[in-house]
Design a protein around this ligand. Structure first.
Ligand code: IPD
Length: 292
């Protein structure tokens, strides 16, 4: 049975984990306010590619620039990697990995399921298996949800600024009763492949959900709102903070068959479900490959 490998990435002694977590929370909340308050009214009515996508890109870039400025002011020695333009290497061993709007298409259409994801990671976030998150926050500004975690400090959720509730993954251990999240890529051939895999997985589970934000999917596995999640094609910024929230809530996270999570596949689940979901998705991937 495949289980995700424990991270072998060394975490330097003396990292100020609570300070990093606090910074992730503050910056994610501020960016969350920006993308809600400054969302142009016209965004919801014009969904043609050339104009609306440009507006979304502007908001993505503005939110990322805000995150970068705040993080740099607080910790100028850290590296920075975001979905939009403007990465930078650092000298501290910590890199901030951010997604200014995870769930961009929901944001474009006014569907209230998108998030700001901010994580401090150690190692090289460009190389799968060579990095791990140590502090992070995911803000769902539409629902007023803040998810946050630091390594060894547990995973927490607060609603509308209220006191935090410690998170624990659900107890489901029967895959046939598991509600499973997934997502689809932007390119049609990738979505076709993902749909073929899903066709093979869906008979083994209770049902599927496509929420549209990988960061929220991972946080929902952490709070028991989903039992499990899998997706091909994620980038480091989609998964970094949600990965930590999930694992601090007792969930398992990895790639297929003991490999590190990467663009090939991410699997996340409560411990009683992980191995079976991993096997079912791996079998589906192998079958789709040979059926071609
Ligand atoms: C996307 C979302 C979506 C997932 C895609 C991601 P973005 O991120 O997380 O749920 O299915 O794979 O690319 O582009 O909105 O930041």
């Amino acid at each position: 049975m495949a289980a995700p490998q424990a991270s072998s990435v060394p975490v330097p002694d003396g990292l100020p984990l609570r300070e990093l977590e606090r910074l992730a929370i503050e910056t994610a909340l501020e960016a969350g306010r920006l993308i809600v308050d400054d969302r142009p009214d016209s965004l919801g009515v014009s969904k043609t590619k050339s104009s609306a996508t440009d507006v979304v890109t502007v908001m993505d870039q503005r939110a990322q620039d805000l995150l970068r400025a705040r993080l740099r002011a607080a910790r100028p020695q850290d590296g920075f990697l975001g979905e939009e333009e403007g990465g930078a290497s650092g000298s501290s061993g910590v890199t901030w990995v951010v997604d200014p709007i995870d769930g961009t298409v929901n944001y474009l259409y006014g569907i209230p399921a998108y998030a700001v994801s901010v994580a401090a990671v150690v190692g090289d976030p460009a190389v799968p298996g060579q990095w791990t998150p140590v502090a992070g926050a995911v803000v769902d500004p539409e629902r007023g949800h803040l998810f946050h975690a630091s390594l060894g400090g547990g995973a927490w959720r607060s609603v509308d600024g209220g006191s935090g509730e410690r998170l624990r993954v659900g107890e489901q251990s029967d895959l046939s009763h598991a509600l499973v999240g997934t997502g689809f890529g932007y390119e049609a051939p990738v979505r076709v492949w993902q749909t073929r895999v899903l066709l093979e997985v869906i008979e083994h589970i209770r049902d599927i959900r496509r929420i549209g934000s990988a960061a929220l999917d991972l946080c929902h596995v952490a709070d028991g709102g989903l039992d499990a999640y899998f997706e091909r094609g994620l980038n480091a910024w989609d998964m970094a903070a949600g990965w930590l929230v999930l694992s601090e809530a007792g969930g398992l996270f990895g790639g297929l068959a003991g490999r590190p999570a990467d663009a090939a596949m991410v699997v996340a689940a409560a411990p009683g479900l992980f191995a079976e979901l991993d096997e079912v998705v791996a079998a589906a991937v192998a079958h789709v490959r040979t059926a071609k």
